[in-house]
Ligand binder design. Structure first.
Ligand code: 13P
Length: 308
């Protein structure tokens, strides 16, 4: 393992590459990444890097976002199969049809979408800036929000809007069990529940803090004296525990405890071995149709401008 880590670091230097990792990656990937962050931070870092190669240790849409922002750079992903159930729940042709059927709407899409969906979008959001971006539009603005219905419902409730929602969801965040979280709270009455807004509203009702991965982490870092039940992909516990070594973090259980569903199987496809191979072979490489990229870059840039 140490040899592998050394070899990755050497290749990275030799090829002037940068390794970006999402909080849901395996711990060893987070540890070797140059930067670990949420979807917004990864897009911001990709947009400003001077590296020749970006290795995106996350899922496919994150690599695509980086490629759209940096068309002249080589963007690699350790495993091309690392997809996203949420992005898959929104096929571009069906979304484009939905947009066409509702003329006069501003289209806001979550970053967990393909570049082709972003190409029919006015502004992209992440869970960190969704509220801010929605609120940047007048209250009576007609908005289509896709694809995550749970995030959309949450933003509707906190902003008092009535956005038209696409009916998609993340298979990990949909799985958290209300009953098991209630049981855990009974066992740990002092614990606060941290929940990602992709969770169902019944889970969000139990939450003391609702926020993106970065927001949940920040809350824990600022209040390390609490115990936390964490309702998001359990990879985030690695960084939480690293930043708050004395704090107890309990991953919220999914409905079916035998399925390990609070881990995103796509995120976990990336391994140190695959990271090494991808840097060595400069493959698999993300490509985006230039015509789609030209359209998709605008709503991503608009997001980066609003959240700068
Ligand atoms: P964040 O924007 O909080 O990183 O969430 C990304 C994600 O993929 C959640 O499923």
């Amino acid at each position: 393992m140490n040899d592998l880590i050394k070899a990755i670091k050497e290749l990275k230097k030799e090829k002037n590459a940068i390794i970006l990792g999402h909080y849901y990656q395996k711990g060893e990937i987070q540890d070797i990444a140059d930067y670990v962050g949420d979807s917004l931070a990864l897009a911001q870092l990709a947009a400003k890097t001077e590296a020749d190669i970006i290795v995106m240790c996350g899922v496919h849409f994150m690599g695509e976002t980086a490629k759209v922002l940096c068309p002249d750079k080589k963007v690699l992903v350790p495993d091309m199969e690392a997809g996203c159930s949420l992005a898959d729940s929104c096929p571009a042709d069906q979304f484009a049809q939905f947009v066409k059927e509702h003329p006069g709407h501003t289209v806001i899409s979550y970053v967990n979408t393909t570049a082709a969906v972003k190409a029919v979008t006015d502004v992209v959001v992440t869970s960190t800036n969704a509220r801010q971006i929605v609120e940047s539009f007048p209250e009576d603005e007609k908005i289509i929000f896709g694809p995550d219905r749970n995030l959309g419902n949450y933003i509707n409730s906190v902003t008092n809007r009535n956005m038209l929602l696409w009916d998609g969801a993340c298979h990990v965040h949909e799985q958290f069990s209300v009953e098991k979280i209630v049981e855990l709270k009974a066992q740990h009455p002092e614990a606060l529940v941290l929940a990602h807004p992709e969770c169902k509203s019944t889970v969000l009702k139990l939450a003391d803090v609702v926020g993106s991965t970065a927001a949940l982490l920040k809350y824990a870092v600022n209040h390390p004296e609490n115990t936390y039940i964490v309702a998001t992909e359990s990879g985030i516990l690695h960084e939480m525990q690293k930043k708050c070594p004395q704090t107890t973090f309990i991953p919220a259980p999914p409905n079916d405890s035998t399925c390990g569903c609070n881990e995103c199987s796509f995120m976990r496809l990336n391994t140190l071995e695959k990271l090494y191979e991808c840097l060595k072979n400069e493959s698999p490489e993300i490509t985006v149709d230039p015509e789609i990229a030209e359209k998709a870059v605008k709503p991503i840039q608009r997001m980066l401008e609003i959240s700068a």
